[in-house]
Design a protein around this ligand. Sequence first.
Ligand code: NAG
Length: 212
Amino acid sequence: MHPPLALCVFWLLPLALTLEEDSPLDCVPRRSVPYIRANAHLFHEEGVFNYSTMLLREDLDLLLLGAREAVYALDLKDITKKVASVKWEVTQQQRDECRNKGKDPETECMNYIRILHQMEDNRMYVCGTNAFDPECDYMSYADGKLTLEKKAEDGKGKCPFDPFQRYASIMVENNLFSATSMNFLGSEPVLARSSPVSIRTEFKSSWLHGNI
Ligand SMILES: *[C@@H]1O[C@H](CO)[C@@H](O)[C@H](O)[C@H]1NC(C)=O
């Protein structure tokens, strides 16, 4: 490395670390909608929890919503209206295996939808924690129906194993960029690009602090 550049990196690094410690991510949302109970539109389905992932499909007039063990397509003009839905539940065998590894069958051993992105061919890419065994699939919307293709792609490095762990992802030209952890214990943070040619960061806790 060129000496002045190296110097610059080492000078900036402590600064970045200090900033992170002093200010908890101070993000300003692009758009805020005040929540007023009287005129708020709420969607909720009986017995379904953890509505955590959203994808806006203005081309389809839909808001896609990923929850625990299900994905919904809501009417963009009135999100209380469910246009379609598809279930993605873990099997009893997957739940048993997850429980045998010491996880709670009622909370952790379920499929929490964590990734919901649009692909270039207009299908969607969906990943879930899948009872501590993350998995991804392709989903399409046609004739008022949501369909999962059941491709069962490995979700390791794309989606967390642990539903309580934080993560981030973005799809750019069919490349999924993700920040999550790679392993069951959630102790190996990774930044990855998944596409036909996948790349990932090497594991170095000093870079990623081990707490994404
Ligand atoms: C799921 O939702 C329940 C009820 O709101 C909440 O107690 C629980 O912490 C949530 N789980 C996750 C993984 O977010």
